[in-house]
Write a protein of this length. Structure first.
Length: 330
C-alpha cells in the first residue's frame, strides 16, 4: 500500500480538522501530517480530499446531533430558530457573498439540534428544519412568514415569532383589517393580548394571538434614536407611526391563552438570547471564520468541520464556563 493513501476515516478526520481549525494552510498541514507519520500526502492531495468530504462531514454532524437529541418527555421542546453567516473569499467577498448557517438550538438541553449550510441565496425560513410534534418554535421578525408559519402549525408545532408593525397583514376576529398603530394608541395597559389572524397569500388566514408589551421610556427612546440614525443614513423620512411602534415589543403566537399567559409568551421570546450566545461560542471558542479559497466544496467542508467541533465540545464548553477558575478570572 502506498504511504500517501489515507489509512482510515479517523486519519482523514484528523487531517481535515487540523487544516480547518488551524492556521497553517494546506502545505504546512501536509508537512505536519508527514512529520508525525500520520500520512504522506501533498497539499494538492489534501485539497482534493477536502473537496470531496463535505457530504461525509454533514453525515457526521447529523449523526452526532441525533445522538444528543432529547428523549420524549412530559415537557415541550423549545426550539430557537436563527442563522449566522461566514463571509466568502475572493470574488464572492467582493460581491458581498456569504455562507449562511441555518440552525435550531434546543432548550432546555442547551444544544444545537440542527444545522444546514447554504450560500446567500438560501433565505431564512421558519419551516426549513423538520418540526417535532409539540415543539415551540421561537424566531425573530425575519421569520414572520405566513405560509411557513402555517406549515409549522400543520406539522404539530407552535410558534412565537417577533413581528414588526407592518410586516404582516393583520385581521381582527371579524376578518377586517387591523391597524396595529390604532391598537397601540388605544392601549390602556402596558401589555396587549389580542386574538388576531394573519392573512395568507393562499389559503385561510391563520388564527394567532398578538402579544405586545410597552417598552420602558429609556428603551423606547433608544429604539427611536436607532431608527432616526438609520433614516438619516439612508435618506428617508420616518413616519409618526414608526416612531410610535418603536415603543412596543410585538409578538405573534399560536400558543393558547388558557395555557400560556401574555407574560409567559414574552418570557419565552426572551430565551432567544441563548442562540445568540451559542453563535458567539461557535465563532470565538471554535474559531469559525470565513473559509479560505473560492471552491464551494472545500468551503462547505471547512464550515462543517467547525460545526462538528461545536457539537462535540458543547458539554465541555459548558463545564469550562462553569469553572471556578474562569469565574475568578472574570
Amino acid at each position: 500500500m502506498r504511504a500517501r493513501l489515507i489509512a482510515n476515516p479517523v486519519v482523514l478526520l484528523r487531517l481535515v480538522l487540523a487544516y480547518c481549525l488551524g492556521d497553517h494552510g494546506l502545505r504546512l498541514t501536509a508537512a505536519w501530517a508527514a512529520a508525525i507519520g500520520l500520512a504522506d500526502i501533498s497539499n494538492v492531495g489534501l485539497l482534493w480530499r477536502l473537496q470531496r468530504c463535505d457530504v461525509w462531514l454533514a453525515q457526521l454532524v447529523g449523526q452526532t446531533l441525533k445522538r444528543h437529541a432529547p428523549a420524549a418527555c412530559g415537557g415541550r421542546t423549545i426550539r430557537l430558530i436563527d442563522a449566522t453567516t461566514a463571509p466568502k473569499a475572493g470574488r464572492g467577498a467582493r460581491r458581498n457573498g456569504v455562507w449562511r448557517i441555518h440552525s435550531a438550538f434546543d432548550l432546555p438541553h442547551e444544544r444545537f439540534g440542527h444545522f444546514e449550510v447554504t450560500d446567500e441565496s438560501g433565505g431564512e425560513r421558519l419551516d426549513r428544519i423538520a418540526v417535532t410534534k409539540g415543539e415551540i418554535r421561537i424566531a425573530d421578525a425575519a421569520h414572520l412568514q405566513p405560509e411557513r408559519i402555517a406549515a409549522v402549525l400543520e406539522a404539530g408545532g407552535d410558534v412565537v415569532v417577533r413581528a414588526a408593525w407592518r410586516n404582516g397583514r393583520w385581521l381582527d376576529r371579524n376578518g377586517d383589517v387591523l391597524n396595529l398603530i390604532d391598537v397601540f394608541a388605544a392601549a390602556q395597559t402596558d401589555v396587549i393580548d389580542l386574538p388576531v389572524a394573519l392573512a395568507r397569500r393562499d389559503g385561510d388566514p391563520i388564527p394567532l394571538r398578538l402579544v405586545a408589551q410597552r417598552l420602558p421610556p429609556q428603551a423606547a427612546e433608544a429604539n427611536r434614536r436607532r431608527l432616526r440614525r438609520a433614516s438619516q443614513k439612508k435618506g428617508y423620512t420616518l413616519s409618526r407611526d414608526a416612531l410610535r411602534a418603536a415603543g412596543w415589543v410585538i409578538l405573534a403566537t399560536s400558543l393558547p391563552a388558557a395555557d400560556f399567559s401574555a407574560q409567559d409568551v414574552l418570557a419565552l421570546y426572551r430565551l432567544r438570547w441563548r442562540v445568540e450566545l451559542a453563535f458567539k461560542r461557535l465563532k470565538s471558542v471554535i474559531g469559525l471564520k470565513g473559509p479560505p479559497g473560492t471552491d464551494e466544496r472545500s468551503a462547505r467542508a471547512f464550515i462543517l468541520a467547525h460545526l462538528l467541533m461545536i457539537v462535540l465540545l458543547e458539554p465541555l464548553v459548558d463545564a469550562f464556563e462553569d469553572s471556578p477558575h474562569l469565574a475568578f478570572a472574570a
